[in-house]
Design a binder for this molecule. Structure first.
Ligand SMILES: [Cu+2]
Length: 188
């Protein structure tokens, strides 16, 4: 019986050593965390934050897309003359073995009309498109959190979003209102 037991052990050990080899090649480009905070009202865009770890070579994030929302844009909040304004961001660098962070008060995603089923499921599947390997796409399910101050206020959802209410910021130069889709588009 003993020789058979040893044979059975050998298979998982082989699998482990294969994993170890992979780790030895160093950090891979990856989306390691992220979440979405819903807008205060349904007609307001949701905001997305995430963290990307860089791989062996520098790349750029050129788009974040999803099939389950009307529109996604990358923005950057910048302070000019004491006023915080948002500007569209077309690409964002991910340094080799470094990181790219989209966070409150800085770079962020704005997401319009998330599909109602995705909201109920509590997550939005998104594709992060990079400049390497003919536009490598990395898929990441972004958990969806309620708007700060909503009935579920508390924990991370209640963190200091009051200081950065997107609705009160200067979107004027981006002409977002004109393109606002019909409110029922997300409920299909
Ligand atoms: Cu924005």
């Amino acid at each position: 019986m003993k020789p058979f037991a040893l044979l059975a052990l050998a298979v998982p050990l082989l699998a482990l050593s294969a994993c170890g080899e992979n780790l030895g090649k160093g950090q891979q480009l990856n989306v390691v965390s992220g979440h979405i905070v819903m807008g205060a009202t349904p007609d307001r865009p949701a905001v997305g934050y995430f963290r990307v770890e860089g791989g062996p070579v520098p790349v750029e994030l050129v788009a974040v897309t999803t099939d389950l929302a009307q529109r996604v844009e990358m923005h950057e909040s910048v302070k000019e003359d004491g006023v915080v304004a948002m500007k569209p961001l077309l690409r964002a660098a991910v340094p080799a073995k470094g990181e790219l962070v989209f966070k409150q008060g800085g770079k962020h995603l704005m997401i319009w009309n998330i599909n109602g089923a995705a909201v109920r499921a509590g997550k939005l599947p998104m594709a992060f498109v990079f400049t390497n390997n003919n536009n490598e796409r990395i898929l990441f399910d972004m958990p969806i959190k309620p708007a700060a101050g909503g009935e579920a206020a508390g924990g991370e959802a209640a963190m200091d979003h009051s200081a950065m209410d997107h609705g009160s910021m200067d979107h004027g130069s981006m002409d977002m209102g004109a393109e606002k889709p019909a409110p029922d588009a997300a409920k299909k």
